[in-house]
Design a protein around this ligand. Structure first.
Ligand code: PMV
Length: 343
């Protein structure tokens, strides 16, 4: 038996930074689901004696990767409370990304969501079909246990993850779809990723989240994330691009400020990240074009803008921004339709 899913990355607008317990978020986050940056994962399985152990073969882009394989084994062994059948089969997983390694794209979000979707399809084929809503909630929950942000990748357009009184359906355990609650200006929104540096992240997100436990600003941050989410949800509903941009940029800088004020501290922006931010802000002021930035936990700049300004945006990027990217490279992406089952 074999199943294949293609699942995208996502970019958070309100950032998840800080967790507790079994991968539960300290604050609610919301993201755009991307289209072009995705992982495709296949899972096949054959009977074995259920000896309580995970048996796994794993290939990434045609190569055996012992480190990744061990991480996935540990992850699978940790979710047998959700999927007890995993120890009764020999599992074979192969995976590839549509985007280059270390491109500053959250590959854990696409890879863990693609794997979770495969595991839920396996569950369905062994134990019978469940409703579509239950299937995606389960996939989001299982993805979350691998990487918190992956919980948001299983839904098209936008997803909200984390309990908040702003949406009573929201949960800490799984994300919920949010795309149909937003103004049409956000449909097909662009996210071009300027590759300031392709080197490996200097702090893993596991270590980064842990730093929040002793960060002197953490309680204030969680309150501010809530206020920002409240204001952002209103701006998303009404199509208020200016407020959207203000909040999203503040969230990005705050994420980096939290890393700078942790012990040990990290500066994850590069000189060119700041140069690009200044150029973008000056151009926006002069031209009035609603283009904004956000950042992940690294130096690469995500440019967010509505489809209606695509031509001006592209000219500006090529004329003024690519010179500050490593080898002049950037990736064009946009809000997408979520995962697809390939077989
Ligand atoms: O999913 P993790 O544990 O890799 O954490 C991701 C955290 C950020 O990417 C920095 C923000 C987010 O909400 O995606």
């Amino acid at each position: 038996m074999k199943v294949t899913w293609r699942s995208p990355s996502n970019i958070a607008l309100i950032k998840y930074w800080g967790k507790y317990g079994r991968q539960l978020p300290r604050n609610a986050s919301i993201s755009f689901t991307l289209q072009n940056a995705y992982t495709e994962t296949s899972l096949d399985w054959n009977d074995k004696e259920d000896d309580g152990k995970i048996e796994l073969e794993f290939e990434f882009e045609g190569r055996e990767m012992p480190n990744f394989c061990q991480k996935i084994k540990t992850y699978l062994a940790g979710i047998t409370d959700r999927l007890p059948f995993l120890t009764a089969y020999k599992l074979n997983i192969s995976s590839w990304n549509s985007f280059p390694h270390s491109a500053g794209i959250a590959s854990s979000a696409s890879s863990m969501s693609a794997l979770a979707l495969c595991l839920c399809s396996m569950d369905e084929s062994l134990n019978g079909k469940i409703s579509e809503e239950s299937f995606y909630h389960k996939a989001s929950d299982i993805a979350r246990l691998g990487s918190g942000s992956a919980s948001r990748s299983v839904f098209s357009q936008m997803a909200l993850w984390g309990e908040t009184k702003l949406d009573l359906n929201a949960s800490n355990e799984f994300a919920i779809p949010y795309g149909d609650k937003v103004h049409e200006v956000f449909h097909g929104f662009h996210d071009d990723i300027l590759m300031v540096s392709k080197s490996e992240k200097s702090v893993s997100s596991t270590a980064g989240h842990a730093l929040m436990d002793s960060n002197p600003f953490s309680e204030l941050r969680y309150k501010q994330a809530h206020n920002n989410l409240q204001r952002l949800l209103l701006a998303l509903k009404s199509g208020d691009l200016k407020t959207f941009g203000q909040i999203v940029e503040q969230e990005a800088l705050q994420l980096h400020a939290l890393m700078m004020t942790s012990t040990p501290s990290y500066v994850l922006m590069e000189g060119n990240t700041i140069e690009l931010i200044k150029r973008l802000q000056a151009w926006r002021q002069m031209s009035g074009v609603p283009m904004f930035f956000t950042l992940d936990a690294g130096p690469n700049l995500h440019l967010l803008y509505p489809h209606s300004v695509k031509n001006e945006a592209k000219k500006f990027i090529e004329r003024e921004l690519v010179a500050f990217c490593e080898r002049g490279e950037y990736l064009e992406d946009m809000v997408g339709l979520g995962p697809i089952k390939v077989t």
